[in-house]
Design a protein around this ligand. Structure first.
Ligand SMILES: [Zn+2]
Length: 377
């Protein structure tokens, strides 16, 4: 909800700055106004996040290579609803230039074409990144014209999302470890059915170890939060052991063996910190874990303000609770974060029970305000 509010504010600001007509038509098509097409009911609406409240009909002009599935993410509606509102068959994709009917409260500005003149040494990746475009799409937009040779002086067209492009152009991270993480990596879709576009790798650091470098890729937003949290933890916790990071995502996201989510560059597994005097290669059994350091680690992630949820076994939350309480953390503070001792169904805090999460915490970050096709679940 909060992210959407920021998104809406950005959109309003963008609309005021450009002074242009709103990109989407206000008036519903006549047949829709007559309710021949039913708006989704509260229950049937698969997506949360404000798509329903204040929803209205408008038209979306389909740009090159846009799919129903992509638009469904963008407007937080079901792909099947989009198809039925627009009389598209199952698996049918709209033509470029088609005007699709959409019923949603989310009206993000559409992708825009930008012309780019090729320079010596350009690759599809180097062309796409500054615009926040997907290199695979940019190649497909232009392949028939420029073929394999990217000859300097030739012009290619990049369809890019204005919000992502602006975020890259205005990127100005504070000096320090986050500045090492380049802009432009963004999360697409769901944690359990998604992709990572122009992903960035968690940088090497003294503050932690990457156990799986090939699965240590994430969105700029999530990787910067990770770096901020772990450097903050090292500076403030007094912990002398080793923080070992597990899987985030693969470079382009998608399936990672052995994990249900971790597909869109904003899930991260962190092994529980072991007591500093132990061999740091050992498995994190109950008695080896430094539970106070675990609390401080969770706290460091939460402090970034970009955590959606942290999955961790309910019964083991008790050990965190006890250690933190003994060191003087108040019950109010603990209750605001952990489910223990209230119950594993409790939904107030960020830490949630999930079976199998006993030796590591699983941190899920929010979508960035500019990630228009990222769904926060
Ligand atoms: Zn995980």
């Amino acid at each position: 909800m909060q992210v959407l509010t920021i998104l809406e504010a950005l959109l309003a600001a963008a609309a005021m700055q450009s002074g242009d007509e709103p990109p989407l038509e206000e008036s519903p098509p006549a047949e829709v106004a007559e309710a021949s097409v039913e708006a989704p009911s509260e229950e049937s609406d698969a997506f949360s996040g404000g798509a329903r409240e204040g929803a209205r009909w408008f038209r979306h002009l389909v740009v090159k290579r846009e799919t129903v599935e992509q638009l469904a993410l963008r407007y937080r509606v079901k792909a099947s609803s989009l198809r039925s509102w627009n009389k598209l068959d199952e698996d049918e994709q709209p033509e470029e230039g088609a005007k699709l009917r959409v019923f949603s409260a989310i009206t993000t500005p559409p992708r825009e074409p930008v012309e780019y003149t090729l320079r010596e040494g350009d690759t599809w990746v180097s062309i796409s990144r500054p615009f926040g475009a997907n290199p695979a799409d940019v190649r497909r937009y232009n392949y028939y014209r420029v073929r394999r040779n990217l000859d300097p002086g030739e012009v290619v067209v990049v369809w890019s999302d204005p919000l992502i492009r602006d975020a890259i152009a205005r990127d100005d991270p504070p000096p320090g470890p986050t500045a090492e993480v380049r802009p432009g990596g963004y999360s697409y879709g769901f944690p359990h059915r998604g992709q990572l576009v122009n992903g960035v790798r968690i940088p090497e650091s003294d503050a932690y170890v990457l156990r799986y470098p090939n699965s240590s890729w994430g969105s700029t937003w999530a990787v910067r939060a990770t770096v901020t949290a772990l450097h903050g933890f090292r500076e403030r916790s007094g912990y002398g052991g080793l923080v070992r990071l597990g899987t985030m995502s693969r470079q382009r996201g998608g399936d990672v063996g052995g994990h249900r989510s971790h597909q869109s560059g904003r899930d991260l597994d962190v092994r529980l910190p072991l007591r500093a005097e132990l061999n740091q290669q050992l498995k994190p059994s109950k008695r080896r874990v430094d539970w106070l350091a675990t609390w401080r680690l969770i706290d460091a992630f939460l402090e970034t303000g970009t955590v959606k949820v942290i999955f961790f076994d309910y019964r083991r939350q008790k050990l965190i609770y006890r250690a933190a309480k003994e060191s003087g953390v108040s019950e109010e503070e603990l209750d605001a974060v952990l489910q223990w001792p209230i119950g594993r169904g409790e939904l107030d805090g960020k830490v949630r029970h999930s079976s199998g999460h006993t030796g590591h915490i699983h941190v899920r970050f929010t979508c960035a305000p500019y990630e228009t096709e990222c769904v926060d679940l």
